[in-house]
Design a protein around this ligand. Structure first.
Ligand SMILES: [Zn+2]
Ligand SMILES: [Zn+2]
Length: 391
């Protein structure tokens, strides 16, 4: 059961859709043209369409043959990035500062390809929900859809998602059981001290000293307080203190990001950062205010569903083409919210070897159209396998 023949035959058509979406990128929760294009195609193929789920999200509902009440959710993201494209091919972005630099144009197209094939063949028994979500890049469109009743309105026994992956060759895939992507949080520490003349430090409380000691303290949260077998990153990425060579500032702030896989590690780091910041500032005679904002949770694959996703990927790509123990990534992904609500799995599909050799979020990145039939076949085969008709 390799790439499905009739899907392979749709490659040129899918390439057209993909390049059209690429040319008209839209940012999170502004995917009006894209979601309209998706909805119109689904409707034209006789699929029941629900617009405006989680603002600009679209859900297509397709029932197969037979009486089964089993269901499956397949998810693709639709948004582009707020960055300038540096490619110069004919279908490059028509909108300055907006660019499909993460390949969501490809994800949307692959799920559309699967939807068209499944609507024509209906070789399954049960219900498929095609979930086209907005705003994956930082704005939590996946969460918005869930809060808008996604799984109450479109009950899905299991849910599957996929991302293209330039670090794997086209024709390969990877996943693992457990965390695939990290939780991503942000912090801002405001330091209040007592400024003064830089030549008379004994009359001041120096916020620079406090800030640097806090940064040192944060490093020990990872190296001394976190189980070495549980990965964690604390990166202080900015520090803003002072404005003159000879003045000790009154205050300042610093900020950065925290990445973790394990929820208990995440909790410990959040409370540990507050403890260290406040007590270090206090020890030097100042004060620290800590603001910690939780972003996307970790993307955690469920064991049974990861195995099903891997088996289907192997059926499409061939034996030996699926890495079942791929290294997790400290990046983040809001499919995590769906995996918190439903058993499922997230897989990465190799795309290297095409015209674009660079990583996602690079201004010269482009989705590799060669893998369109592969991804569409994986989605479709997940349905035909999970919702198999009684023979
Ligand atoms: Zn991205
Ligand atoms: Zn992405």
């Amino acid at each position: 059961m390799p790439v499905i023949n009739s899907i392979a035959a749709m490659k040129d058509e899918m390439t057209e859709w993909r390049r059209d979406i690429h040319m008209h990128p839209e940012l999170g929760f502004e995917e009006f043209r894209t979601s309209n294009l998706v909805a119109e195609k689904l409707e034209a193929w006789g699929i029941e369409v629900h617009r405006g789920v989680g603002q600009t999200g679209v859900v297509g509902v397709l029932k197969g043959r037979g009486e089964s009440d089993k269901s499956i959710g397949l998810r693709a993201d639709m948004d582009a990035l707020p960055m300038q494209e540096e490619n110069d091919f004919a279908y490059k972005s028509k909108h300055d500062g907006k660019f499909h630099g993460c390949g969501h144009d490809g994800h949307t197209t692959m799920l559309l390809g699967a939807a068209k094939y499944l609507a024509e063949t209906k070789n399954f028994d049960g219900t498929v929900h095609f979930i086209f979500q907005p705003a994956e890049e930082g704005k939590g469109g996946g969460k918005a859809m869930i809060e808008d009743g996604l799984f109450d309105r479109f009950a899905s026994d299991e849910v599957y998602g996929m991302h293209n992956w330039p670090l794997l060759g086209a024709g390969e895939a990877g996943l693992r059981t457990g965390p695939m992507m990290a939780a991503a949080d942000e912090f801002k520490i405001t330091i209040k001290a007592t400024g003064g003349h830089a030549a008379m430090p004994h009359h001041t409380v120096d916020p620079v000293i406090i800030a640097t000691q806090i940064v040192q303290g944060f490093q020990t949260l990872v190296s001394r307080n976190t189980n070495p077998l549980h990965p964690a990153v604390i990166s202080v990425t900015q520090m803003h203190i002072g404005s003159a060579f000879n003045v000790i500032a009154h205050d300042g702030w610093m900020g950065g990001t925290v990445r973790t896989f394990d929820e208990s590690v995440r909790d410990e780091i959040e409370t540990g950062m507050a403890r260290i910041a406040k007590s270090v500032a206090d020890a030097y005679g100042g004060e620290a205010e800590v603001f910690y904002r939780r972003g996307y949770p970790a993307t955690v694959n469920h064991e049974k569903q990861a195995e099903k996703a891997a088996r289907v990927a192997e059926a499409v790509l061939g034996q030996g083409k699926v890495d079942r123990d791929i290294q997790p990534v400290m990046g983040a992904e809001d499919f995590s919210y769906m995996l918190e609500k439903r058993p499922g799995a997230y897989i990465v599909l190799g795309q290297a070897g095409g015209p674009s050799a660079c990583m996602v979020h690079n201004p010269r990145y482009d989705f590799n159209d060669e893998i369109l039939p592969v991804g569409a076949s994986w989605f479709a085969t997940m349905v035909e396998t999970e919702l198999k008709r009684a023979s």
